[in-house]
Design a protein around this ligand. Structure first.
Ligand SMILES: Cc1ncc(COP(=O)(O)O)c(C=O)c1O
Length: 394
């Protein structure tokens, strides 16, 4: 065999070396090598997109010659106008479509652009935790320091601990409402208190409402950008991914005061130029289409939540959990093992083919839990729990 000459790699940036690959995607990758897996893992809704969106896009592909071109950096004017109306009607947020809204490559890019516009190297970002794992990765990418502030035992905010965690280096608080991975929904009082904390300490509240459409009780989600007195300290992010089952289309938005948006748009332009035109067309069709479609999905998700929770109840005392109030996740605390959540999730996958996400990957407070997504097919949820029951010998 001939010996290949090995040329050493050049050094990757220290910024990227600080970032760990996402556990959600690692589990999916690991599962790809295992036959006959079933998933309670990645948060992908198990419905097809609304037929009217698919039809509108098909028509645009043939009728609209500009569909293959870039749009303006901040997005198609008609879409920004529609988003502005949506923000006003649904959230009481006033956002000028020309200067205060930017259409992005999913909520993910909106988050990264906002973090890069706000966070300098060494700045601290408070993450009520367990938190969406990508926040941690994005803060690290910006050279920032993630500071995990544990949620209370019911997954509510611990405002005293948040206040105590603020230092002269704190730049932002990052929160999703409803919460991934906890399924918690934060009350208007909690959002008011966070805003007051942000203004008093001159820091920014970045609020991510990727799951705003799916709340299981009558709690109304308060978007802090609707509160005039706090407006300059808030950046609001949203996504069409989950609501309209368009995860692969990659389209979301960010709204903020013009002063922030100027900077956010610079990042967005440098990284992407604009969100894909075809996806912006899909977004417009989704927002203009029959919203009954979304209501039907929410009803089905509420049924799936019941299935997931009743199957977990059957597994007491092996698991305990806080009933989710929104989104389609539950953090299931396991009591059958003292292994780490990574070891437990991997063993469960290897021995049963059930994909979950280790709770420890969502930061402090997530250890000893598995995050279960019940967004998929009901039959798959049942099959996953059947396997877990056999595995535990229940
Ligand atoms: C809390 C949260 N924010 C943002 C995103 C990213 O969504 P998008 O597909 O719009 O980039 C996700 C995706 O799972 C999420 O769970």
């Amino acid at each position: 065999m001939t010996q290949k000459m090995t040329i050493p790699f050049s050094r990757p940036s220290s910024r990227i070396q600080a970032v760990a690959p996402s556990a959600t995607k690692l589990m999916a990758q690991r599962a790809a090598g295992i036959e006959n897996c079933v998933s309670l893992g990645q948060g992908v809704p198990g419905f097809s997109p609304p037929p009217h969106v698919v039809q509108a896009v098909q028509k645009m592909l043939t009728d609209n010659p500009t569909i293959s071109r870039y749009t303006l950096q901040n997005g198609m004017p008609e879409l920004r106008e529609r988003l502005s109306k949506y923000l006003q009607d649904e959230k009481g947020v006033e956002a000028d479509p020309d200067h205060e809204i930017c259409v992005t490559v999913g909520g993910m890019e909106a988050l990264l652009a906002s973090i890069l516009a706000v966070v300098d190297p060494g700045d601290e970002v408070l993450l009520p935790s367990p938190t969406y794992a990508s926040y941690t990765e994005q803060v690290l990418l910006a050279g920032g320091v993630p500071v995990f502030v544990p949620l209370n035992s019911g997954w509510g905010l611990d405002l005293a601990s948040l206040e105590a965690a603020i230092t002269k280096n704190t730049r932002a608080i990052l929160l999703c409402n409803p919460g991934n991975p906890t399924g918690n929904v934060y009350s208007a009082a909690e959002i008011h208190a966070l805003c007051a904390l942000a203004v008093a300490n001159n820091i920014v509240l970045i609020i991510d409402e990727a799951y705003d459409y799916i709340v299981y009780d009558d709690t109304k989600i308060l978007n802090p950008l609707s509160l005039d007195e706090y407006r300059n300290h808030v950046i609001a992010i949203g996504s069409l991914s989950k609501k309209y089952c368009l995860t692969g289309w990659r389209v979301g938005w960010v709204a903020a005061a013009r002063q922030w948006m100027e900077h956010i748009t610079k990042v967005h332009d440098a990284a992407t130029i604009c969100a894909p035109t075809i996806s912006q067309c899909a977004a417009l069709a989704a927002l203009n289409g029959d919203q009954q479609w979304v209501a039907t999905c929410c009803r089905k998700l509420a049924e799936k939540k019941e299935v997931c929770c009743s199957r977990l109840d059957r597994l007491t005392p092996h698991f305990s959990y806080v009933t989710p109030k929104g989104a389609f996740y539950v953090m299931a605390k396991y009591h059958f093992s003292s292994e780490t959540s990574h070891q437990t999730a991997n063993r469960l996958l290897d021995e049963t083919g059930v994909i979950t996400v280790p709770g420890g990957s969502f930061g402090q407070g997530g250890e000893s839990h598995l995050r279960l997504s019940f967004g998929g097919e009901t039959a798959e949820i049942h099959e996953s729990f059947d396997r877990i029951e056999r595995w535990l010998g229940v």
